[in-house]
Design a protein around this ligand. Structure first.
Ligand code: NAP
Length: 270
């Protein structure tokens, strides 16, 4: 690896597995010292990062504590990646949705037609909505704020990267997930303008379907139809999303801010 990130300090949330793990490993391979944050402390520690910390990104005090710890451990921070995300929360109607889908598919297979409605919205409670927004949107905002607070004191430039999704643009997925991922794009565009005078760049990466544990539980036939809709014919590997993040983190992207970099095999063109 080129050492593009030699000497930099980086934080990656949701780095215990999936895309976040691949990002943490890629940033480290390019020379950064990396703090991996995850709900699962053992997974964060096992990531191979320099620092593995338990953190719930939806809790601003918890996140602030971890950002401070990373700054203290590395002496500086240059890169923050808001990757932690979820598509489900308690009380969000997912169980009703998947139940209705299974019943509808069974009827279709048996009798060729079904009158069962498959929707989630009417079952989505306030708590379920807030649970997904709390991780995907609030967690991204909290990280951007704590990262900027550190850089405002230290005076160095930096790169903030949020993981959005093509769902932000395509509307494919549940209401809370799509709304949160679209909001992340709006947030990043605002941050790019506000933080430019400090030399802080802010960008989003929008993956399409990527082969990670978040896909567990999605019925096989959906996965197959998802893959069929991708011009490159497959899901992404987490490492392919990490490569896009590493570019935005590096000086190769020194004039890139406020952008959304899609990494989706052509499945949705923004
Ligand atoms: P994943 O396999 O489910 O991994 C997500 C990681 O985030 C897990 O380690 C999880 O830890 C952690 N996490 C969840 N809630 C957290 C919280 N409140 N605080 C801290 N960590 C938390 O997901 P992924 O597929 O790698 O997705 C990573 C990001 O890419 C997400 O933002 C996702 O929305 C986005 N994305 C994924 C895809 C895809 O197809 N995979 C497509 C587009 C965008 P625990 O398991 O311990 O909770």
């Amino acid at each position: 690896m080129s050492g593009r990130l030699d000497g930099r300090g980086a934080i990656v949330t949701g780095a215990g597995r999936g895309i976040g793990l691949a990002i943490a490993q890629r940033l480290k391979a390019e020379g950064a010292r990396v703090a991996a944050l995850d709900m699962d402390e053992a997974a964060a520690r096992a990531s191979g990062a320099d620092l593995g910390l338990a953190c719930d990104v939806s809790n601003s005090a918890d996140l602030a504590r971890c950002v401070k710890a990373a700054r203290e451990a590395f002496g500086r921070l240059d890169i923050a990646v808001a990757n932690a995300g979820t598509g489900r929360a308690e009380g969000d109607g997912s169980d009703e949705f998947y139940g209705a889908m299974a019943a509808r598919n069974a009827e279709l297979a048996e009798q060729g037609s079904s009158a069962i409605f498959v929707d989630q919205l009417i079952h989505m409670g306030d708590e379920g909505w807030a649970g997904v927004l709390g991780v995907n949107l609030n967690g991204t905002f909290y990280l951007a704020r704590e990262f900027t607070r550190v850089l405002a004191v230290d005076g160095n430039p930096g790169s903030f990267i949020a993981i959005s999704s093509t769902s932000a643009f395509s509307g494919e997925g549940s209401a809370h997930y799509c709304a949160s991922k679209a909001a992340v794009v709006g947030l990043v565009r605002q941050l790019a303008r506000e933080l430019a005078p400090r030399g802080i760049r802010a960008n989003a990466v929008a993956p399409g379907p990527t082969n990670t544990p978040i896909m567990a539980g999605i019925p096989d036939e959906w996965i197959k139809s998802m893959e069929a809709s991708v011009p490159l014919g497959r899901m992404a590997r987490p490492e392919e999303i990490a490569a896009a993040v590493a570019f935005l983190a590096s000086d190769d992207a020194s004039f890139v801010t406020g952008s959304v970099l899609t990494a989706n095999g052509g499945s949705y063109m923004v």
